[in-house]
Design a protein around this ligand. Structure first.
Ligand code: PHE
Length: 459
């Protein structure tokens, strides 16, 4: 069987399930549980959710298929994959810049992702200690503020999270990761269901449900549309090479289309469950949906503080969030690490340590963004209003670099690669292929461009 597998120097997934697990591990993370609820709250609810779902369908899924396809065809780190495919297709060498842009975006994302994952780690300890038992909204909020206003604590947790990420990356992404995802992801889904179950008892479940799914398009600004589109990329790990890097380790005989549907489906489900768990708590306790990045940390502890076995469930839940963040973090630096291993002849261990240290250092800026630098903001008139270091990194990566990466991926696969080569990799039903090809050639790129132009008020 192995003869049909392209051998890559980084190893290969043991099969379809392993790839699905790893890619799902990358996709399901803080984006689903931490970010989706708070940006939904910041952007007014239902209408935002609808736009996000449309983006997943018309942009995210087609681009994910394209990205896996590129990765498997190239079989190398995204930078070298793009360099090689551009050469093969007689395209400009600058196309490797797409790989570079993604690798850098990955580091920037991980730098703040690790800080937030650090919050979740801190919360496992707080949950286990029982401080949330019987907590009120005010109590939970003040515990959150006490944590984030202390830069030293945040730095310690950020450091610990970067260390465990470097540990796994240095051993190679296949080891251990598969097992972790196989058991922990289903467990996470069960915990979310328990939380949704609790949410139905708060008396504000319908209010939460309405908030999440009843669209009020008057609340939707062009910026919100950009955030929704950016999040579609972020939550599916697209536009920066993570999925391309994982695709490089994918055996040839596996259907890219089917695999993509499963990953995108699981990812969306987790996000919607998280929303369904959180908003009823928000409304039952008269809290503000637009509470920013602290939203889940201010709301979920109240639920755990009131339910039976709350200490146990709460601790377990935050442990699972840390795991989900961990399996995403690994994929965020994989493109850069894989490139260093290929081109600079570094061992995986050295490459991970160097990249990890750099990322850790950039992360200090985000640690400070929740306390000393909180008010150190700047603006670009008409585009960004008083954003600090963390907000800037978030906006730059999720709203600009990832969609831009996705746009280039769509153009490359849709217009610059020969149809025959694309068809070879994407050996799927004729009708499905036609639909996908139309999406990746026209619909996805045009939508991305329109959303960008709208956001800068150009149209
Ligand atoms: N998809 C991850 C999440 O939702 C974040 C991520 C973004 C991972 C980009 C890899 C690449 O948490």
């Amino acid at each position: 069987m192995s003869s049909e597998f392209r051998l890559s120097m980084h190893g290969q997934w043991s099969g379809r399930l392993a790839f699905i697990l790893a890619a799902t591990g990358s996709a399901v993370g803080l984006g689903n549980i931490w970010k989706f609820p708070y940006i939904t709250g910041d952007n007014g609810g239902g209408a935002f959710v609808i736009v996000y779902l449309i983006c997943i369908l018309l942009i995210g899924i087609p681009v994910m298929m394209a990205e896996i396809l590129l990765g498997r065809k190239g079989g190398l780190s995204p930078i070298n994959t793009m360099a090689m495919l551009a050469r093969e297709e007689n395209r400009h060498w600058l196309w490797r810049g797409l790989g570079w842009m993604g690798a850098i975006a990955g580091l920037l994302i991980l730098s703040y992702y690790s800080v937030i994952a650090g919050w979740a780690m801190a919360y496992t300890v707080r949950m286990a200690s029982g401080v949330f038992v019987g907590a009120t909204a005010d109590g939970a909020t003040s515990i959150f503020v006490a944590l984030t206003s202390d830069p030293e604590r945040l730095l310690a947790w950020h450091t610990l999270f970067m260390l465990i990420t470097m540990m796994v990356v240095s051993r190679g992404v296949q080891h251990g990761l598969e097992k972790a995802v196989r058991f922990l992801m289903p467990l996470l889904l069960i915990m979310l269901l328990i939380l949704v179950g609790y949410a139905t008892t708060t008396g504000a479940f319908t209010e939460g449900l309405n908030y999440l799914f009843y669209p009020d398009f008057s609340k939707l600004s062009s910026d919100s549309v950009l955030v929704a589109m950016g999040h579609a990329f972020f939550t599916l790990s697209l536009g920066m090479g993570a999925i391309m890097a994982y695709g490089a380790y994918l055996p040839k005989n596996i259907s890219i289309a089917k695999t993509t549907f499963m990953i995108a489906g699981a990812d969306t489900l987790v996000a919607l469950f998280a929303g369904l768990a959180i908003f009823p708590i928000v409304f039952a306790h008269q809290m503000a949906p637009a509470a920013g990045p602290g939203l889940i940390f201010k709301t979920l502890p109240i639920a755990f503080g009131q339910m039976d076995y709350g200490i146990l469930f709460g601790t377990l839940f935050f442990v699972l969030i840390v795991f989900a963040a961990w399996t995403s973090a690994i994929s965020l630096i994989e493109p850069m690490v894989a490139w260093l291993v290929e081109n600079k002849n570094l061992s995986r261990i050295k490459a991970s340590v160097y990249i990890g240290m750099l990322t850790w250092f950039i992360g200090i800026g985000s640690v400070l963004s929740f306390n000393v630098w909180e008010k150190a903001t700047w603006s670009i008139p008409g585009l960004f209003q008083s954003i600090n270091f963390f907000d800037t990194l978030d906006a730059l990566t999720a709203n600009i670099l990832l969609p831009l990466g996705g746009l280039f991926i769509a153009v490359f696969v849709g217009h610059l690669m020969s149809r025959r080569k694309v068809l070879e990799e994407l050996d799927t039903q004729a009708l499905l292929f036609k639909i996908w090809y139309a999406l990746i050639r026209y619909v996805s790129p045009l939508l991305i461009i329109i959303v960008f132009l709208k956001a800068i008020k150009f149209i």
